[in-house]
Ligand binder design. Structure first.
Ligand SMILES: Cc1cc2nc3c(=O)[nH]c(=O)nc-3n(C[C@H](O)[C@H](O)[C@H](O)COP(=O)(O)O)c2cc1C
Length: 406
C-alpha cells in the first residue's frame, strides 16, 4: 500500500524539535562537539600563537618522516574475529609489575607550560586520575622535585639526557631517585639537535619575545598571553641557574660522544628499570637487549630529529621478531587513535607513547583537554577490541593486524 500524505501534526512534530539554547561561549560549545583527537588538534590551532603550535606540530627539515608516518597509519589493516565473548573488555596491562589502565603512556615533551600555563603537573594529574604513566622530560618547564610535590601519587618516569658532564648527570639521576621517579628513560636520538625548519623560520625563542608580529598575534590569542604573563616565567626548570640561551644549553645537554658503553655504565648507577628511547634499527635493539636494559622505545622523536629515517610502525614487527620477550618494546610517533594503539600491540609493542595527541588536548583546553584525550583513546581502544572480538590486551597477537602494501 502507498504511503498516504497528511498535514504535519504538532503532536508528532514538537517532540522532534531539539534546539539548544544559543551560547556565547563558543569555546565551550566547540569542546562539547569533540569526538576525536584530530578535533582537539583543530581547536588547539586556534588557541595558541602560531610559533607555539608549529613547535608542537613540526618535524625536522622537510618533514618527510612525519608525512611517511601519517601515510603508514593509512596502511594499517585490522583483522577482526567474530563470535567471541566480549561482554567484558579489559584494556589494562601490567608495566613493571603494576597495572595501568591502557597501553598508552604520556611521552616526555619539553616546555609543556608553553603550550598551556598549567603544563606538566596538569598532564601528570590526568595520568594519576586515570591510572596511567607520565614521563617527565629533562627539558620540562617543571622540575622533577616540583612535579613530585604537585602529584606525589602519580606514576612518574624520568626522561633524561646523559650530559657531557657525567657528574651533573649523576646529580640528575640522584634527584630523580630521591623524588620517587620509577624508571629512567634515556633519550639517545639527539647526539645533536634536529634542524627544525618551522622554529627557525618563526624565530621561536623560549620564552617567546614580544616583537611587533608577536604583539599583533597577542590580540588574537589574549587568553594564552594573559596566562603566560601572569604565571611563573617559563624556564627549563631542571636547569634553574644555567644562564645560556637555548642552543648553547642544548649543546651542553646533548652529548655527541654517547655510546653503548655509557649504557652499561648507566646500569651501575641506577638500580631501577632503564628504557632507551630513540632506537631506530633491529641491530641497535639487539645490542641493547644484550646489554640488558629493561625496555626500548622505537622512536624518531616524532619526526623531529633525523628526517627520512625509518617509520616506527613499519620497523616494529621486525624488532619484535628479534628481541620480543627479551625486553619491553614501546613505540611512538603519530599515534592519534585507539585503532592504531591496538595495531601496535599486534605488531609486538607493549605500549604506545603519545606526544602530540595530549599536547593538542592541553593547548585546546588545558587539563580538561588532556582528560578528553584519555577518554577518547580509552573508548576507542575498548571499542576496537570489542569489534575485533578481543576481551583482553594479552589476547592481541600478530594475526590481528597487518600493513597493507598500498
Ligand atoms: C613538543 C614536543 C617536545 C618534545 N620534547 C621531548 C623531550 O624533551 N625529550 C624526548 O625524549 N622527546 C621529546 N619529544 C618526543 C616525544 O617524546 C615523542 O617521541 C614524540 O612526540 C612521539 O610522536 P607524537 O608526538 O607524534 O606522538 C617531544 C615531542 C614534541 C612534540
Amino acid at each position: 500500500m502507498k504511503s498516504k500524505r497528511q498535514l504535519p501534526s504538532p503532536r508528532f512534530v514538537l517532540p522532534l524539535i531539539n534546539w539548544g539554547v544559543p551560547t556565547l561561549r563558543r569555546h565551550k560549545a566547540r569542546m562539547s562537539k569533540v569526538v576525536t583527537v584530530r578535533d582537539l588538534q583543530k581547536i588547539a590551532r586556534t588557541r595558541v600563537p602560531k610559533a607555539v603550535y608549529d613547535y608542537v606540530e613540526g618535524g625536522a627539515h622537510e618533514e618527510i618522516s612525519l608525512a611517511r608516518t601519517a601515510n603508514a597509519f593509512l596502511r594499517v589493516e585490522l583483522q577482526p574475529n567474530v563470535l567471541r565473548d566480549i561482554s567484558n573488555v579489559d584494556t589494562s596491562i601490567e608495566i613493571f609489575g603494576k597495572k595501568t589502565a591502557m597501553p598508552v603512556i604520556f611521552a616526555p615533551t619539553g616546555y609543556t607550560r608553553m603550550m598551556h600555563h598549567t603544563g606538566e603537573p596538569a598532564v601528570a594529574e590526568v595520568a594519576e586520575k586515570n591510572n596511567l604513566v607520565y614521563c617527565l622530560s629533562t627539558m620540562g618547564t617543571t622540575a622533577p622535585d616540583d612535579l613530585a610535590s604537585a602529584v606525589p601519587g602519580a606514576r612518574r618516569w624520568y626522561q633524561f639526557y646523559l650530559m657531557k658532564d657525567r657528574q651533573a648527570s649523576l646529580d640528575f639521576i640522584k634527584r630523580a631517585k630521591d623524588t620517587g621517579f620509577e624508571v629512567l628513560m634515556l633519550t639517545v636520538d639527539t647526539p645533536v639537535s634536529g634542524i627544525r625548519a618551522r622554529d627557525i623560520r618563526n624565530g621561536l625563542t623560549v620564552p617567546p619575545k614580544i616583537g611587533l608580529k608577536t604583539f599583533l598575534d597577542m590580540t588574537t590569542k589574549p587568553n594564552w598571553w594573559m596566562n603566560l604573563l601572569t604565571t611563573a616565567p617559563l624556564e627549563f626548570a631542571a636547569f634553574r641557574g644555567y644562564k645560556e640561551p637555548l642552543a648553547q644549553l642544548a649543546a651542553k645537554i646533548y652529548d655527541p660522544s654517547l655510546n653503548f658503553e655509557d649504557i652499561s655504565w648507566l646500569r651501575t648507577v641506577w638500580d631501577g628499570p632503564i628504557i632507551i628511547k630513540g632506537v631506530q634499527s633491529v641491530s641497535d635493539a639487539e645490542k641493547l637487549a644484550d646489554i640488558g636494559v629493561q625496555g626500548i622505545v622505537l622512536s624518531n622523536h616524532g619526526g623531529r630529529q633525523l628526517d627520512k629515517g625509518p617509520v616506527m610502525i613499519e620497523l616494529l614487527p621486525k624488532v619484535a621478531e628479534k628481541v620480543g620477550g627479551r625486553l619491553d618494546i614501546y613505540v611512538d610517533g603519530g599515534f592519534m587513535t585507539g585503532q592504531d594503539v591496538v595495531a601496535a600491540i599486534a605488531f609486538g609493542a607493549k605500549a604506545v607513547l603519545i606526544g602530540r595527541a595530549y599536547l593538542y588536548g592541553i593547548m585546546a583546553d588545558g587539563q580538561n583537554g588532556v582528560e578528553k584525550v584519555v577518554e577518547i583513546l580509552q573508548a576507542e581502544i575498548s571499542n576496537t577490541m570489542a569489534l575485533m572480538g578481543i576481551a583482553k590486551i594479552s589476547e592481541i597477537n600478530s594475526s590481528h593486524a597487518k600493513l597493507r602494501s598500498n
